[in-house]
Design a protein around this ligand. Structure first.
Ligand SMILES: NC(=O)c1ccc[n+]([C@@H]2O[C@H](COP(=O)([O-])OP(=O)(O)OC[C@H]3O[C@@H](n4cnc5c(N)ncnc54)[C@H](O)[C@@H]3O)[C@@H](O)[C@H]2O)c1
Length: 353
């Protein structure tokens, strides 16, 4: 039997409800594929502020760094919105990503056939969309120096060093090798020097992956192409700020924020989490869609633990649940045969493993 140590950060709001359902599904794959998961729970966000006065206790940083991977729910909520900025749940999250050194953010945008009507785009445009956005997460303009603000002027600096571009490019090319072997690198090389370096570096790295077809696209064109013809993309590689915007745009192709997982990986550890927040408006009601978190658990099996078969089993179980017409409230309007609550959706997916 294989053993993995998983750190859990359930967080605030619906975080607790959705992580519990992912654990249910992991138990089912554990039984089927002879895998034992040992969980240790850590505090972060509002619950950590309430318990310790600090949104990111040192114990959480140490615990996650010592685990094989981290499964994360969501943090934040109105209760903590009036705290000083450094004591808000969100500042704990930014510090957490930096401490973990997770430089690569992977966000799949997949459209389930059964939910083509849930998107705001026409079914014939989005049917079959399966994109992986690879975004650089701990560099670029969000972190570059100098930065500052006076009464009359504000400035930030977009900086990338070659090693930062190389390491994220390798992640993207390796993913492309496992997928349709197409990689589109996004930049603004017609205007920005930093983007010219980005393009030159990605082009150089491409020589190590001759099977992958590399193309380059300006970020403004990519924003249009994602709406006009999203099926042309397989892997999209991009820097921090462009990736922030494009990955949100791509994620909306699928129709519900409750479906979308993410992985943030680096050299030390990896964190798997839904892209949505703590949804305070529906917290505690048992109606949140747990699929984004269950899908994040599948990404954890695939990318951190090398358990491809178990990951496939989860992905297939989610697809079958969709095909069988089970829907949580957020998707009730789209071909629902039965509208179920959070727990029941977890049970259904676990039973389909
Ligand atoms: N990574 C994170 O932990 C993270 C990310 C984004 C926002 N937040 C925090 O979450 C709190 C709420 O933020 P927000 O309202 O802007 O974003 P949100 O993603 O929490 O919610 C946006 C909308 O989507 C719905 N929704 C979200 N997840 C859902 C799910 N699984 N099933 C069904 N519906 C779902 C919510 O009910 C809400 O109507 C804030 O404190 C914010 O800072 C945390």
């Amino acid at each position: 039997m294989k053993n993995y140590n998983i750190s859990l950060i359930k967080g605030d709001g619906i975080g607790v409800e959705i992580v519990d359902e992912a654990i249910k599904v992991l138990s089912a794959v554990g039984k089927k594929f002879d895998i034992n998961f040992e969980y240790k729970e850590y505090l972060m966000g509002g619950c950590a502020i309430d318990a310790t006065g600090n949104p990111l206790p040192q114990e959480t940083i140490d615990g996650v760094l010592n685990s094989d991977a981290c499964l994360f729910g969501a943090i934040g909520g109105p209760k903590w919105d009036n705290q000083p900025r450094e004591l808000r749940p969100e500042s704990g999250l930014l510090r957490f990503r930096k401490e973990m050194g997770v430089f690569a953010n992977l966000r799949p945008a997949v459209v389930y056939d059964e939910l083509v009507d849930a998107s705001s785009l026409k079914p014939e445009v989005i049917k079959g969309v399966d994109i992986m956005v690879v975004r650089e997460l701990i560099g670029g303009i969000y972190f570059g120096e100098p930065k500052g603000k006076t009464e009359t002027k504000g400035w930030n600096t977009m900086v990338y060093e070659v090693y930062e571009i190389e390491r994220i490019a390798h992640v993207a090319f390796k993913l492309a090798m496992k997928r349709d072997k197409k990689l589109c690198s996004i930049d603004k090389a017609n205007v920005l020097d930093v983007s010219q370096l980005w393009r030159d570096t990605v082009t150089k790295i491409a020589t190590q992956y001759p099977e992958v077809e590399l193309s380059h696209m300006y970020v403004d064109n990519c924003a249009m192409q994602l709406i006009a013809n999203p099926r042309q993309f397989d892997v999209i590689l991009t820097g921090n700020i462009f990736g922030d915007i494009l990955s949100d745009e791509a994620s909306m192709l699928s129709g519900s924020i409750g479906l979308l997982p993410s992985a943030s990986t680096g050299e030390k550890t990896a964190v798997y989490e839904p892209i949505h927040g703590s949804a305070p408006d529906i917290a505690g009601q048992g109606i949140a869609n747990p699929i984004a978190t269950i899908s994040s658990a599948s990404m954890m099996l695939r990318y951190s633990l090398g358990e491809e078969e178990a990951a496939d089993a989860i992905d297939n179980a989610i697809k079958t649940a969709m095909k069988d017409g089970y829907r949580t409230g957020d998707l009730a309007a789209f071909d629902a045969k039965e509208v179920v609550n959070t727990q029941r959706m977890g049970e259904i997916i676990a039973s389909l493993i």
